[in-house]
Write a protein that binds this ligand. Structure first.
Ligand SMILES: [Zn+2]
Ligand SMILES: [Zn+2]
Length: 241
């Protein structure tokens, strides 16, 4: 099927199918993806966690300034808010959304993302625009949609903050999953650029993605935006890997 038609087809399918819980299969209210019990199993990231990368810190208190992931590296973004831990059901949901074209899962993932939008780290300064992390055109054709852009649209509809897909992926990179932190950064260098005829000067931007693992992707994107004159860059992801 044509990649452009796929999201519409998926929307049609989700209207026709009765609603069942993604986790346990029991009937749920129309428009719901998880029953209350399964939703309750999803582990939310709440303080104590790292201010910069949202890594949870069992045992300490509040939002801590640094963590082992961040202490020896600098990030171009000010802070990255992640809403749930990428484990169990949440991990499975993201995987199906990303790789198995289950577009309807954007609803529950978008709802979690929206909850993160009111995190205290995003409150002090308003956000001018949401910037989805881009996919390389080859990947976009494979997947049918950019998951980050679909999620950004959900947040935009609810908050009124516009989506600005101003970044593009100019280099096709190998999958990052088997790389360590340093290899990821090296692999991503020069992978992103600002699209032609877009400007971000003076804007306070919020990068949107599905998962934060090491923060390398968000760092590279933020570096490009700051280099092109953005006033500030923060990030919001559904999950923390
Ligand atoms: Zn359930
Ligand atoms: Zn951290």
């Amino acid at each position: 099927m044509n990649a452009l038609l796929r999201p519409w087809w998926n929307t049609l399918v989700e209207l026709l199918y009765p609603s069942h819980c993604f986790g346990c299969g029991q009937a749920v209210e129309e428009g719901c993806t998880l029953c209350a019990a399964c939703e309750g199993q999803v582990r939310r990231i709440r303080p104590p966690c790292c201010a910069t990368c949202s890594r949870p810190f069992p045992g300490s208190a509040g939002i801590v300034p640094d963590c082992p992931n961040c202490e020896d590296q600098t990030f171009a973004f000010e802070s990255a808010v992640a809403v749930v831990q990428a484990q169990g059901l949440a991990r499975e949901l993201i995987h199906r959304f990303k790789y198995q074209r289950q577009f309807h899962l954007r609803r529950v993932l978008g709802a979690w993302l929206l909850a993160g939008f009111s995190d205290p780290r995003l409150e002090p300064e308003p956000v001018d625009a949401l910037v989805p992390v881009p996919l390389h055109p080859v990947r976009l054709r494979e997947r049918g949609y950019n998951q980050a852009e679909a999620l950004a649209s959900v947040v935009s509809r609810q908050t009124g903050v516009p989506v600005t897909p101003c970044l593009q992926r100019v280099r096709y990179t190998l999958t990052q999953t088997r790389f360590d932190r340093l290899e990821r950064r090296r692999n991503l260098r020069g992978a992103f650029a600002l699209r032609k005829n877009t400007g971000v000067t003076g804007q306070r931007l919020l990068l949107i993605d599905d998962v934060l693992t090491t923060g390398s992707t968000l760092h590279e994107c933020a570096a490009v935006l700051l280099d092109r004159g953005a006033r500030s860059v923060r990030a919001l992801t559904v999950a923390r890997g």
